[in-house]
Structures are given as structure tokens and as C-alpha cells.
Write a protein that binds this ligand. Sequence first.
Ligand SMILES: *Cc1c(COP(=O)(O)O)cnc(C)c1O
Length: 362
Amino acid sequence: MKEEIQIREWEKRVRRVVPYTPGEQPKRQDIIKLNTNECPYPPSPLVKRLAAEYRTDPLRLYPDPDASELVQEIAGYLGVGEEQVFVGVGSDDVLAMAFLAFFNSTKPILFPDITYSFYDVWAELFRIPYRRPKLDGTFRLVKEDYLAENGGIVIANPNAPTGVEEEPELIEEIVARNPDSLVIIDEAYVDFGARSALPLVNRYENVLVVQTFSKSRAMAGMRIGFAVGSKKAIGYLKDVKFSFNSYTMNAPSIAWGAASIRDEDYFRETVGRIVATRERTKKELLRLGFTFPDSRTNFIFASHSSIPARELFEALKEEGIYVRYFDRPRIDNYVRITIGTDEQMDRMISFLERYIGIKRDM
Ligand SMILES: *Cc1c(COP(=O)(O)O)cnc(C)c1O
């Protein structure tokens, strides 16, 4: 008797994708977690107070579909109109909606070969054709690549996982010379000392600047992200969002996110601390024989002169220090190290010192 393997029609119709793999979120509490670019400090004390006082009765009602309180705070903080702000469940949600809304051409969208690895996943999911021009040898964009015909452009600036910031003039030129394309600038890390493309949103209709509360605002667990753009572009984005799910932003996210924006002092202090720790960590890593592109983010993308990155990644993990390793062409000899507290970085540095020392003496 021959058994037939039959693939049913329903299965052939599945919209198949290879999903994005996020960094590990280990269950263990005792590790030093430097693998997903979270903030090592807690959210603003204002958020803590609101959470402690939170009344659950209103949860029986649907939340405000426009998330007005949060939108108002963001618009006021950035000095743009409320109709220029779109909020979502993390910038991943905002970016996915933007891909769905704006990338609807038979021409390929463009993003670099080395960048946030969710872009190609969304392109695959939505069946958007794409091309990935190579960054140059120093992980910089090659401008000409983005002046070719395209169906849209996505640039993370500063880029992930490299940490490299592109000049605002380059970003503007790409936006200006692509009037027929929507250009997304993903600024997940902009608060750590890079220059934002926000000034462009009042001068160009075709640019969308996307930011998040997950890194600099220590609220990755709340899932809040936003886009800022022309009134027209934001309008199109809202139409798609409200055709998908009206109530993505839950009531606590709206209220606590707004509180985080109100506490500007705490935000500046936290970001300042992380930047100071980053600059100190750069010096230590250089001393230990690492090289890295200069980082304007809350992580350092480092390669060692003699020890392979994969080995370092595993040795650190063994020690309970989690960093990120990408087994991909051109970047498989780098580890991406999130900037933690000073104490966490000291522990990592002293482990590396010992490890590299022992290897050297062997
Ligand atoms: C972390 C990150 C995001 C996603 O952030 P969420 O707001 O937590 O969804 C988007 N883009 C880049 C480049 C990131 O590093």
C-alpha cells in the first residue's frame, strides 16, 4: 500500500513567510541583558505614579481610537501639528502599516543590505518587490543607489545594527530627489545624539519619520511608536490603519506614553547617562583591541582583531552576558552590544579583559 502525501489546496494558499527573529528574552533574571537595545533604566517616575494609581473601571470601554492624549503630547513636544502624528503599537506596527499603505508599486523598494532585519520580512509578507543596495566598506549609504527608479525607500538613521549616522544633507537629498516615492526614515535611535529628519516633514510631503518609546524612553514593554509626516501622508496612513484595527493603542499605553513625554527632564537625564556610558565603553573596547563604526546609538557594533565574534558571543553568554550576534554575510564577525548601566559595562569589560588575556597567553 502506497501512502500518498497530499498537499491540500488550503495549504498551498497559505501566505508563507520566514518570520523575523527577535533577540532572545531569557527567563533567567540574573543575566546582563545587552542584546535587544532596551534601556537599562526604568521609565519616568511619572509613569510609575500613573501605573500605581491606575483605575481599572474605564477598561470596560474601548480606548480612544485616535489616541488623542498621546498624539497631542507628541505633537506639542516636537512642534508639529496633531494631524501630522500617527501612533502605533511600537514602531514595528507603525512601519508595517506604512509598508502596507505606501509601498504598492511594481518597482522595487530600496533599503540597504545591512539594516533592520524586519524590512525584508514585511516586504515578503506584503509581496512588495525590493532591492538591497550594498552599504560601502565603512557601512555608509552609497547615495547614487537611492537615486535609481524605485517604489519607495526605507532608511534607518542611525542604522541598526551598525550604529552609523548619515548626514542630514544626504537624507534630505534622497528625499528631495525622489518626489515620486515615499521615503521612510526609521529613527529608533535618534535620541542618543543623532540629527533627526523631522525638519523635513514640513518641506516634503513624501517623507515619514518614525520613532519609538522602546529605546530612549525605556518603554519597550508598553509598545508605543509613532510616525511624523505631512498631513497628507499621515491621512493615508490612518485610512489604512482604520481599515485594519481601530483600537490598537490600549488605554494605559495612551495615558502612560503621554506622561513619559511630559517628563522631559527625566528623559534628558536618562539619555545623557547612556551616552556618557557609551563614550566610556568605546574607549575600553578600543583598548581591548576592538574596532567599530562610531556609534550614535545605545549600542556598539564591535569586531575584535583576533577573536571571532561568534566565539565572543558564546563566551559572553556562558558568563551570563547576552549580546547580539548576526550570522549574516559581511557582519558575521561583529557583536552588537547594548549600552547598559555603568556597572553592567564594567562587568562585561572585566570579563573581556580576562578572556582576551587568557587567549593571548595561550
Ligand atoms: C527597535 C527597532 C524598531 C522597533 O521598535 P519598537 O518600537 O519596539 O517596535 C524599529 N526599527 C529599528 C531600527 C529598531 O532598532
